[in-house]
Write a protein that binds this ligand. Structure first.
Ligand code: ADQ
Length: 467
């Protein structure tokens, strides 16, 4: 079995529970192949000197990291990755900062990754690059002579061609994808945006079986929706922390129905709209007063970007006004917490909740939606209110699908979810849990890696033209 080399912006120790389902799934494969995981250490060095590699053995998996210089962090990470690609790929052109200096830093760090990774590679390695920070990595590796199989998975959405075309250098970015053997997207919608872009902008030829030819190279592309590790999550629900959390929440809220939202505090997650919909429901459905409480947990994220501090203030202000206008001495409609909850306690919180609000304005997939379902009691399951703009909506059609821009419609759906009879909750839950089990994170990993291993190899001798 060839060794798997995973490359991502950040590296997680797969043996720690805090690492999450993706790390656990990758660890499974990496453990079997005695693999290598390469990425940024999260440390910033002030000097310009290139730092050494840090190597850490985590069981059979070797974790190798490098530090970034301050300039690289500013232009690669904060600038191009999170100031251009993140907002535009989430359809937020208005929030993008197209500073022309950023792209050089993005390119420099991808070159640095390629240069430091290349000497660690073996001839029969399979390389799997993760996410938007590293789009040009395969092209940089190929320019240094790397001929191994390389796959890429985009965890965030790909916008429609005209929106993508707003990025200066968009053609460079998409051309870089052709240095991979396989490119995976979260949803059919993202995949179709890729196909229409390469056809319109690069006159790519459809050569069958999901393969497109352009720039003298052929790339296979498809949708590989990511899932969760259902077994791992169920085990967490039954572990002491999960049980204790469930018991405490049920005791605390025994007289009320709980609604829950768990997100990174990010403008793509639609938190202010969610709060407006909840407020609208309280306004129009007085039966919910005193009987429903929304717990919203928003973990701090990229706090040095101004769009994130804006959303923090907006959210605090809406939550304050809801509690001020509707709260009673013994009832606060919203409990908002700006923090991360330990992963071991999340299943207990989900299980104690009647309704989950997962209402992003745009999201690649959204794993919280799947975790909520996995944590439910099959006899008395909660209801998932899910944005149609989350990648997960393509699969989870038995959720109550909403348009988060439609405040009134979302409020009605939340009310419906709170009132839903147990028979209907069970029927919907059965369909959802089956889909989540079938397309779990192991399915995602195995299907992507099998497809990559079987992707038709590029004709040898075709040199990669430098970007
Ligand atoms: P995110 O936007 O970070 O990542 P999301 O799917 O929303 O991903 O959640 C990822 C994990 O973080 C989940 O396991 C969740 O439980 C945890 N989490 C989120 N908020 C938390 C909080 N406040 N406290 C504790 N844990 C929290 C990107 C894409 C997504 C895609 C994932 C995976 O944006 O669309 O689903 O990658 O591909």
């Amino acid at each position: 079995m060839p060794r798997l080399v995973v490359v991502s912006n950040r590296v997680a120790d797969p043996r720690k529970t805090a690492a999450g389902g993706l790390a656990v799934a990758l660890a499974d494969v990496l453990n079997n192949t005695g693999g290598l995981w390469f990425g940024w250490s999260g440390k910033i060095t002030e000097g310009a000197a290139e730092s050494g590699l840090r190597t850490h053995q985590a069981g059979p998996v070797k974790l190798v990291t490098i530090d970034l210089g301050r300039d690289d962090y500013d232009s690669f990470y904060m600038g191009y990755s999170n100031g251009v690609l993140w907002p535009v790929f989430h359809y937020r052109l208005d929030l993008a900062d197209f500073d022309p200096g950023y792209i050089a830093g993005y390119r420099r760090v991808n070159q640095l990754f390629a240069r430091r990774l290349l000497p660690l590679l073996r001839d029969d390695d399979i390389i799997w690059v993760q996410d938007y920070h590293l789009i040009p990595l395969a092209a940089e590796l190929r320019a240094l002579g790397c001929t191994q199989r390389i796959g890429f998975f985009l965890h965030i959405p790909l916008p429609p061609p005209l929106m993508l075309a707003a990025i200066p250098g968009h053609d460079w970015l998409i051309r870089a994808l052709f240095a991979y053997d396989l490119v995976g997207f979260q949803s059919r919608a993202d995949h179709s945006h890729f196909c229409s872009y390469v056809q319109a902008e690069a006159h790519a030829q459809d050569v069958g079986e999901g393969r497109r030819r352009a720039f003298n190279r052929t790339v296979q592309a498809g949708a590989f929706p990511i899932g969760i590790d259902v077994e791992e999550f169920t085990a967490l629900a039954n572990a002491p922390d999960g049980r204790e959390m469930h018991r405490r929440m049920r005791n605390e809220y025994s007289r009320r129905k709980l609604l829950v939202g768990v997100d990174r505090l990010d403008y793509s997650k639609g938190l202010p709209n969610r709060m407006r919909a909840f407020r609208d429901m309280l306004q129009r459905y007085p039966d919910t007063h005193n009987s429903a409480t929304l717990i919203q947990i928003a973990s701090p994220s990229r706090e040095d970007v101004s769009a994130y501090t804006d959303i923090l203030h907006e959210l605090e202000s809406i939550c304050g006004s809801i509690n001020g206008n509707f709260g009673e001495l013994d009832w606060m409609p919203v409990r908002y917490m700006h923090r991360t909850v330990a992963r071991t306690r999340l299943p207990g919180l989900y299980r104690a909740s009647r309704v989950a609000l997962v209402t992003p304005l745009r999201d690649g997939m959204n794993l919280v939606a799947k975790e909520f379902i996995a944590a439910q009691d099959p006899q008395d399951p909660g209801v998932l209110v899910l944005s149609r703009f989350a990648g997960a909506a393509e699969q989870l059609t038995e959720a109550l699908l909403v348009n988060p821009y439609d405040i009134e419609g979302t409020a009605n759906a939340i009310h419906l979810a709170l009132q839903m009879p147990v028979e209907e909750r069970r029927t919907r839950y059965q369909a959802l849990i089956e889909s989540i089990r079938q397309y779990d994170v192991h399915w995602w990993c195995d299907t992507f890696l099998d497809t990559l291993a079987n992707a038709e190899a590029e004709e040898t001798g075709t040199p990669w033209l430098r970007l």
